[in-house]
Ligand binder design. Structure first.
Ligand code: F6R
Length: 645
């Protein structure tokens, strides 16, 4: 997603900030900006819509000298890509400047309060509230009673108009403590203030922030690659920590409540390319591990019952108009279509609505006359898939049909063609095979199915609350799955890397996961794989099974058709098929049945099992392709965004 770089030292900051931002370009962005702090305390901000090269061009026209500063590349989440929304952001008086990655969940509430207190906003971002909140804290310090010199940090009680004290770590942390207490969400923030003099401050919660240490100079960055041209000595910040960086002094680390933290710098042995991939060999592998985060970010601030109206407003509906919808039609291609297929089950069960997922390339040429009252939900990572766009246009020609999108790329064509967009928040996906985007699409579909269920009265407030609580636990469980399966799945891939074909079987909500598992394997390892609804086996594909046809099955215990699935697996086993089974940890019956198992925790609700099961399939496909030495991130014949028919 967005990239951050901060610098303080003896060298000119401008070129360092630009170099750092260039090292983060691979993450994708739509706008960028820097601020240089000059020695006389001026803050000079330059921002552009577009590429770093454009920013560089603008800076050539003249950037004030200064040996400290901060920079940012933005990938829009709140507010369209534009110069006004680009970072750095500043407060009303231009007293301070900051950049931010992450999402401030309660920014609307905070913004309303700040506006009531007279603040004027210049952007549509959630970030800007941070600038105004810090402005208030700095003003409070300046105007408050001089007598309490050296006041305590906790509770932000430090009160002084003494300049030396105002620039002390204590004063900085008092402001940090008071502001962060008001925030809900995820953030990595780098901030500089005229009143703080020559120092920059980094704050982290749930978003990466790394300190770079060098002789007489220090850096802050969202990612190691931005630091590698300058230093390999880094300190990884933890959640709820703040770092105070000053020229000529080693960075100081604290908790956001002001307690000193002692953590020695460590050497990162990565080369620049490895660093871009976060230490992973391939982007796809990194992105599989970003699945939990992408799921979590997509849910952020959208699961509360009181936010139901604003969630539905994202797709252009109200609770009333949602209640009036009579049918759901998903349209999508490939992996996104498999997300829509999971949606069929969720909408039917939770919202009591007939729901169908169609492949856009088929739908666009069908003679389907959608009924009035149908809501078309187009699912797309890129928002530019030609067939999905054409299918949506075709659907719009049917009378009384409403359209919405679940899209990752802000401002993409699909977002302009539908009545509203629920954005997934997984950041740019670089590997051609979709992994973290799929998790985010599932998260968005869970949100909508629950919101429709609530709006239509088919689930109670109690059910809504308990389901959303379980939903919010999934990212943690997904992390457990990824950590636990990495090694066994690598071994499994080693054992099966020469197999010529695979069958993937699932039932009910895990049928789309069988399709997705097979698709992942095909597209990156070039091994033929067939995804099937396990109940269909007897009607043909069972003839394929022998010892040379491994059968990859999904049968966690929570699954509604667990026993039925076991019978299907037994049938495959009886024909010599070696069963590779994704099962609930400790399920002895399934363990006895399977040739090899991949154990996952219970998802607590059968409808949430797809989230955990798909991670096993993604990892397996990845390791198969990696062991074969294939170009995992750019498989042959494939493009990331299919903009032609
Ligand atoms: C598979 C994959 C593709 C895409 C499909 C739709 O890993 O990435 O199947 O899911 O091309 O793309 P979007 O989501 O951009 O519409």
């Amino acid at each position: 997603m967005c990239g951050i770089i901060g610098y303080i030292g003896r060298r000119q900051a401008g070129p360092i900030l630009l170099e750092g931002l260039k090292r983060l370009e691979y993450r994708g962005y739509d706008s960028a900006g820097v601020c240089v702090l000059s020695s006389n305390g001026n803050l000079s901000i330059v921002r552009v819509l577009g590429k770093i090269a454009k920013l560089e061009e603008r800076l050539k026209a003249g950037l004030p000298n200064g040996t400290a500063g901060l920079g940012h590349s933005r990938w829009a989440t709140h507010g369209r890509p534009s110069e006004e929304n680009a970072h750095p952001h500043t407060d009303c008086s231009g007293e301070l400047v900051l950049v931010h990655n992450g999402i401030i969940e309660n920014y609307l509430e905070l913004k309303e309060e700040l506006i009531r207190r007279g603040h004027v906003f210049r952007s549509e971002t959630d970030t800007e509230v941070l600038a105004h909140l810090f402005e208030e804290e700095l003003r409070r310090l300046q105007t408050s009673d001089f007598s309490a010199k050296g006041g305590s940090v906790s509770g932000g009680k430090l009160q002084t108009s003494d300049f030396r004290l105002q620039t002390s770590d204590k004063a900085v942390l008092a402001a940090v403590n008071r502001v962060t207490k008001k925030l809900r969400g995820a953030y990595a923030i780098v901030i500089a203030a005229k009143r703080w003099g020559r120092q920059i401050v980094g704050i982290r919660k749930d978003c990466p922030l790394v300190i770079g240490c060098a002789d007489g100079e220090s850096f802050l960055a969202s990612d190691v690659p931005a630091l590698l041209p300058f230093t390999k000595k880094v300190i990884f910040m933890n959640d709820n920590e703040a770092a105070v960086l000053r020229e000529g002094r080693a960075p100081r680390l604290y908790t956001t409540t002001g307690k000193p933290v002692h953590r020695a710098p460590q050497d990162v042995p990565w080369d620049p390319l490895m660093a871009e991939k976060g230490g992973f060999k391939h982007f796809m592998h990194k992105e599989i591990h970003e699945g939990p985060r992408s799921f979590e970010d997509t849910l952020r601030a959208r699961t509360y019952e009181e936010n139901l109206t604003s969630l539905l407003a994202e797709i252009g509906l109200t609770p009333q108009s949602a209640a009036d919808i009579s049918r759901i039609q998903f349209l999508a291609c490939g992996t996104a279509h498999h997300a829509g297929m999971v949606g069929e089950y969720l909408f039917e069960k939770w919202a009591g609505l007939a729901a169908k997922a169609d492949i856009a390339s088929e739908f666009r040429y069908s003679a389907r006359n959608l009924q009035p009252g149908t809501l078309v939900i187009a699912v797309s990572q890129s928002g530019e898939t030609a067939d999905t766009l054409a299918a949506v246009r075709m659907a719009k020609s049917c009378k009384g049909v409403l359209t919405a999108g679940i899209v990752n790329q802000i401002g993409s064509t699909l977002t302009r063609e539908t009545g509203g967009t629920l954005y997934t928040r997984c950041g740019p996906e670089i590997g051609v095979a979709s992994t973290k985007a799929y998790l985010a699409q599932l998260a968005a579909i869970y949100l909508l199915a629950l919101a429709f269920g609530k709006a239509r009265g088919s689930i109670s407030s109690r059910e809504f609350r308990s389901l959303t609580e379980e939903l919010l636990e999934l990212p943690h469980k997904l992390r457990v799955v990824l950590a636990g399966l990495e090694r066994p799945v690598t071994e499994l891939a080693r054992e099966f890397q020469d197999s010529k074909g695979f069958l993937y079987l699932g039932r009910h909500v895990l049928y789309p996961i069988a399709l997705e598992g097979a698709l992942k394997l095909k597209e990156i390892s070039y091994i033929h794989a067939e995804g099937y609804a396990a109940g269909e086996m007897k009607h043909g594909p069972i003839a394929l099974i022998d010892r040379e046809m491994p059968v990859f099955v999904f049968n966690p215990k929570g699954c509604g058709l667990y026993e039925k699935m076991r019978s299907n697996i037994e049938e495959a086993r009886a024909r010599g098929g070696r069963i590779l089974a994704v099962i609930t940890k400790g399920d002895a019956k399934m363990s006895r049945m399977a040739y090899r198992v991949m154990e996952i925790p219970s998802a607590s609700h059968e409808f949430f099992e797809p989230v955990l099961c798909v991670a096993a399939a993604q990892l397996f496909a990845y390791h198969m392709a990696n062991l074969k030495g294939l170009d995992v991130d750019q498989p042959r014949n494939l493009a990331k965004s299919v903009t032609v028919e």
